[in-house]
Design a protein around this ligand. Sequence first.
Ligand SMILES: *[C@@H]1O[C@H](CO)[C@@H](O)[C@H](O)[C@H]1NC(C)=O
Ligand SMILES: *[C@@H]1O[C@H](CO)[C@@H](O)[C@H](O)[C@H]1NC(C)=O
Ligand SMILES: *[C@@H]1O[C@H](CO)[C@@H](O)[C@H](O)[C@H]1NC(C)=O
Ligand SMILES: *[C@@H]1O[C@H](CO)[C@@H](O)[C@H](O)[C@H]1NC(C)=O
Ligand SMILES: *[C@@H]1O[C@H](CO)[C@@H](O)[C@H](O)[C@H]1NC(C)=O
Ligand SMILES: *[C@@H]1O[C@H](CO)[C@@H](O)[C@H](O)[C@H]1NC(C)=O
Ligand SMILES: *[C@@H]1O[C@H](CO)[C@@H](O)[C@H](O)[C@H]1NC(C)=O
Ligand SMILES: *[C@@H]1O[C@H](CO)[C@@H](O)[C@H](O)[C@H]1NC(C)=O
Length: 843
Amino acid sequence: MLSSRLILSVVFTGSCVLVDAASPYVVDDYDVLQYINPLIGSSDGGNVFAGATLPYGMAKAVADTDSESNQGGFTYDGSNITGFSSMHDSGTGGSPSLGNFPLFPYASCKNDDLNGCVFPKKSRKQAYKSDSVKSSPGYFDIELVSGVRVEMTASHHTSLFRFHFPSGEESGSPLILLDLSDLSDTRQDNGSISIDRSSGRMTGNAKFLPSFGSGSYNLHFCADFSSSGWLRDSGIFVNTRASNDVHDLTISRSINGYPLPGGGFIRFQPPSDGIVNARVGVSFISSEQACSHAEAEIPNFEFEATRQNAVDKWTEKMEPIRVSREGVKSSVLTNFYSGIYRTMVNPQNYTGENPLWTSTEPYFDSFYCLWDSFRSQIPFLTIFDPNSATQMVRSLIDTQRHLGWLPDCRMSLCKGFTQGGSNADNILVDAFVKGLDDEVDWQAGYAAVQKDAEEEPFDWSSEGRGGLKSWKEVNYIPVEDFDYEGFGTMTRSISRTLEYSYNDYAIAQMARAMNKTSDAERYEKRSLAWRNLFKKDQTSFINGTDTGFKGFFQPRYYNGTWGHQDPLTCSNIDNSGSICSLQNTAGETFESSIWEYQFFVPHDMATLVKMLGGPNNFVKRLDYLHDTNITYIGNEPAFLTVFQYHYAGRPAKSTARVRTYIPDYFSPTPAGLPGNDDSGAMGSFVAMSMMGLFPNPGQSVYLITVPFFKSVNIKSPLTGKTATVHVTNWDQFNSLNNTGGTGFIKSATLNGKPYTRNWLDHDFFTEGQELVLTLSGKESSWGTAPEDRPPSLSISSSDLEARGWGVIEEESSDHIPLLHSDQRHFARHGMHFDHHARFDKKW
Ligand SMILES: *[C@@H]1O[C@H](CO)[C@@H](O)[C@H](O)[C@H]1NC(C)=O
Ligand SMILES: *[C@@H]1O[C@H](CO)[C@@H](O)[C@H](O)[C@H]1NC(C)=O
Ligand SMILES: *[C@@H]1O[C@H](CO)[C@@H](O)[C@H](O)[C@H]1NC(C)=O
Ligand SMILES: *[C@@H]1O[C@H](CO)[C@@H](O)[C@H](O)[C@H]1NC(C)=O
Ligand SMILES: *[C@@H]1O[C@H](CO)[C@@H](O)[C@H](O)[C@H]1NC(C)=O
Ligand SMILES: *[C@@H]1O[C@H](CO)[C@@H](O)[C@H](O)[C@H]1NC(C)=O
Ligand SMILES: *[C@@H]1O[C@H](CO)[C@@H](O)[C@H](O)[C@H]1NC(C)=O
Ligand SMILES: *[C@@H]1O[C@H](CO)[C@@H](O)[C@H](O)[C@H]1NC(C)=O
């Protein structure tokens, strides 16, 4: 494997721990796992996986429900339990993923007759005792109304279930069935199972469909059982009937479109302690591999040791971060640490489990979807778990190497659907500018992102970008484009234009750092394409009343003529029933409105601020977006808008805005998430917002807000150095009933020197810098000066003029920040801001 160390300045020391320079703000160590509640987001559409797993684990054990919102398996909403299965995704939309080969227990069959047990999923389901549910890292526990209690834990590829049956005089002969089905009932032919008569071991496999993508996948299993009761009998079931004579079953797809119920069962003589253990290994390769995983990982059904191993793994993962507990309620800590926990449930590490190609590179799956995770989840892991983030990046590059394209969404070994931009570009570049290069083949990485920018895939519903011919010709994605080279849903022309612009900017940064100068100029120029959809005189009305704002993005035909989309269509307050998803023909913005997308220019904010009328008007618009609920924090495009006040020199307003969302919209309860967690995207939003440093993803830029804690310490696993954020006069501003502080930044020091910029770069973390904040009750002038605003790829009015572009009109005389003074610094990070991008297109 090629290791191409580039120009990045960060010094890597592997994962060895360096001696920490003594910080006066060291936070006491404490057990963090007490503050992790995996049940957060397990109801009301959070769709979080609430069960037992290791960090990035493949085996994910939980009770599955029949809830309409059972994407994560278990839903804490009182719906019925259909089984206990070993594979899940977390927080996703789409149809429910995985949930394959569920087990289901009976304390005994009616009249001790096999056919007295109910086998099919639809009829066997059963309610659970609501107050019996317990969950903690690596552990889940629930009791069915039948009185059967099921505890579960997991190793990397294996689930361990401990079934407690009522024991005593009248106890019967417990039965456990294994069903050849999945959560969404997608089994294709042929499923099969074989049961070993003497040991009761069940092996087999079946083919299923991914939940938001194309293709299919095969999953294999190996289930073993242990009990103090003797093995009584075993066999198979088909539909409602079972037999202990038959031990092999191959089952066809379906009767009438619904997969025919079928599987195996095992029965025990009454165990003296009432316990039957079931160990289920899973593998995408073979049932032999599933068995060898299970035997290696949990050789003797050791429940406590397996659980302890999970606790140890999670404890180790949580080690880099500690916040001060002084003056905060435990619910604040639980909100924070549980958010961090969820960033490491997905993606899943399927290294050694990929049947699609042979490689020595890591293989990660359940990138579900990168449109969600590029915004803060993977950037958070880049700080907090860089070794894993590096493996994810290597996996993305290796996937491109073997399948031809970087994924945009990937689940269950299949391609997921693209939602807009080629978002892996943002993720690769984020890792690149932050110096992750341990065995990353960045030349291959560059080739992969460049392919996204240059070649249109035949099926751009699943990868890459559509409309590239127009993109290169007219520099925007036209509405009703004529695109015969590749195929995808011809919608989202505005959001795709904005996202492709940002993708191209990301690629430009990488090209710049690699001294690919002409590429860098090409992509910088293309990154200005968002301007071509800005219609200066476009207005926006709410209920017939002019909002007073002028200038919005609009759809545009190839010939340059404007189309029309109401800027509020598909906003959170649009009650017209419009849908802006993948398929509809009306929506030129994906899952959101023009109002919200007007802020998605993360690389060229200075120009955007100018185009929206200068800082004061920009701030008014951003306030309007939030105050009238046009945006909804339960979907990822809202994330950055919370912090974009920074670009208008109003960092205090970002701090104030964060506090309107946390904890009101993100609270540590099962119903506490405002939307799908999306594989931990929401978790990372909570974590990074609360630590007071939110990323502009794809850039070495973190926007500073007041943290919810007196101190935050983050130790870089790469350098062993500890970065600190500390509030000196915390006690004075912690009056909000200990729920996270009040006040705004009055002054700051970085490593002891006065610091007025309202942002930091990634060196803060790798070099273990120390940011000390002093608060005041009101907004101050800290971080407001033009030179204190975050960097922006900007070109001056005179440059625009020189290129025949005219000057961007401003309604305000506020000074607009242009280039940042410290060029040397950005160059080191692969960023370049004194380049005068050219752009030939009129607008
Ligand atoms: C659970 O299943 C039982 C028995 O099938 C049924 O009576 C009950 O309505 C179900 N509960 C829910 C919430 O679906
Ligand atoms: C399914 O199994 C049956 C019986 O073994 C066999 O005839 C058939 O070809 C199999 N179909 C597929 C798609 O594997
Ligand atoms: C992923 O799994 C492989 C194989 O088990 C292991 O070598 C690697 O360290 C794992 N990666 C992470 C980030 O846990
Ligand atoms: C890029 O060029 C500069 C100046 O010539 C040089 O110092 C640097 O090492 C080059 N970087 C790469 C990655 O080739
Ligand atoms: C617009 O009118 C609807 C229906 O009368 C109302 O529910 C909604 O609150 C109004 N929206 C605004 C922003 O005034
Ligand atoms: C451009 O195309 C649109 C859509 O086909 C059409 O309505 C409009 O008249 C055309 N404009 C010109 C100037 O040809
Ligand atoms: C926005 O939503 C919040 C919470 O649902 C509500 O309290 C507030 O009144 C809404 N604001 C407007 C302007 O509708
Ligand atoms: C703090 O809690 C008290 C009592 O519950 C309440 O009256 C007060 O309004 C709260 N203060 C704030 C700032 O939330």
